[in-house]
Write a protein that binds this ligand. Structure first.
Ligand code: SAH
Ligand code: SF4
Length: 393
């Protein structure tokens, strides 16, 4: 992809897969759920665990969608599987490719809902930004997704299915028996798409367990980052039950400002959030927490804010990721100037923290952080409502 390549958009309307009444989708089932279902289908108890491992490898490592191709299983058994189960992932509706190579996918899930998924290629790695909900119940005033009314939790299969869909599109399924390619196009996952992952805890957990499993997608837990706006009670649970890296949408240094930007702060304020974050690295055995901080002109970007931030996070192993605000139609904020962002970053850096400024990716196709909102989802809040909730009007 050259820098000047045109933006492409190909709309694919794939035929809906026919699935016989009652067949269960195995994508997203936990090991235990699949094991139990196999036993129910008649698999002898003592074989069931091994069969789960075999099926998982076909599905998650080699991308096979047809039981007939699972050649290390007996023919009759493959037919039994086909009668009882399907292997289905969300349907790809459209794909846009940005000038910078970022890909934004629109995928359709059961019920006709749509979510967006973003693939960001980088030097030597590639990150998939995965959605956990259709829309978001929270209403952060700077976030496009927060203006979308319709919300539904994605199932574990719909979450892990986004990874499989991206690997389909990238053509990245190795063949059985071939050595594993160590440099993967899709090497990292961030739960930073649409939705608040900790308000859909079980499904996110089950999907990430498949992503981390050696017989599943097989990504290290250090290559998976879950971003939360600060659902405090679920943070300790994330450490215990998922153990991936954690990012937190911090965005402000006083409760007064954070209440307006990230309204969940009214429920769990900065102090309560920091207490939970202090425990996370120990509990999850991860190195440090990423503090995300969106740079909003004149709102949260002063030198004083930077100094307060450094003080607040004292003692927490942290990296501060500064995100230049990405605009969207009707957004009530402006991006801080480059000089302001650099000055802010400098104060944090001098206090001993890494303070990278995130380069917006895929802005031309509205794929950058906080710009996601399924285009087909017409129900949207009015500009007045957005401004009222931001406390600006
Ligand atoms: N709901 C989760 C994860 C999704 S948002 C959360 O809030 O953490 C991913 C990141 O993008 C969050 O840090 C979010 O605050 C940030 N973000 C949202 N809207 C943005 C915008 N318009 N510009 C820049 N960053 C934004
Ligand atoms: Fe939801 Fe995160 Fe957007 Fe807030 S920033 S509205 S929590 S998706």
């Amino acid at each position: 992809m050259t820098a000047n390549a045109p933006i492409t958009q190909d709309v694919m309307t794939l035929p809906r897969k026919f699935s016989r009444e009652g067949r269960i989708n195995i994508v997203g089932m936990t090991r235990e759920q699949l094991r139990d279902a196999l036993v129910e289908m008649g698999t002898p108890e003592r074989q069931a665990k091994m069969r789960v491992g075999q099926i998982w490898q076909w599905v998650y490592q080699w991308g096979v969608r047809d039981f007939a191709e699972m050649t290390n299983l007996a023919k009759g058994y493959r037919a039994d599987l086909d009668a009882a189960f399907v292997i289905e992932i969300p349907e790809l509706v459209s794909r846009q490719v940005s000038e910078d190579g970022t890909r934004k996918y629109l995928v359709r899930i059961a019920g006709g809902h749509e979510v967006e998924v973003v693939y960001i290629p980088e030097e030597g790695r590639g990150t998939l930004c995965v959605s956990s909900q259709v829309g978001c119940t929270l209403t952060c005033s700077f976030c496009h997704t927060g203006t979308q009314k319709l919300v539904r939790n994605l199932t574990a299969g719909e979450i892990v299915g986004q990874i499989m869909m991206a690997r389909d599109d990238l053509g990245e399924w190795p063949k059985p028996g071939e050595p594993k390619d160590e440099t993967r196009l899709l090497s990292n996952i961030v739960l930073m798409g649409m939705g608040e992952p900790l308000y859909n805890f079980e499904n996110v957990r089950d999907a990430m367990k498949i992503a981390m499993d050696g017989e599943g997608i097989s990504l290290s837990r250090r290559r998976i980052t879950l971003s939360t706006s600060g659902v405090v009670p679920e943070i300790a649970r994330t450490a215990r039950e998922i153990g991936c890296l954690l990012a937190v949408s911090f965005h402000a240094t006083t409760d007064e400002v954070r209440d307006k930007l990230v309204p969940i702060n009214k429920r769990w304020n900065i102090e309560t959030l920091l207490d939970a974050l202090r425990e996370y690295p120990k509990a999850s055995n991860s190195e440090r927490i990423t503090f995300e901080y969106v740079m909003l002109n004149g709102v949260n970007d002063s030198d004083e804010d930077a100094r307060r931030l450094v003080k607040l996070i004292e003692g927490i192993p942290a990296k501060i990721n500064l995100i230049p605000f990405n605009e969207w139609p009707g957004a009530p904020y402006k991006r801080s100037s480059n000089n302001r962002i650099r000055a802010f970053a400098d104060i944090i850096y001098k206090a001993g923290y890494a303070s990278p400024i995130r380069t917006p990716r895929g802005e031309d196709i509205m794929a950058a952080c906080g710009q996601l909102k399924s285009a087909s989802e017409r129900a949207r809040k009015s500009r007045r409502q957005i401004e009222a909730e931001s406390g600006l009007s």
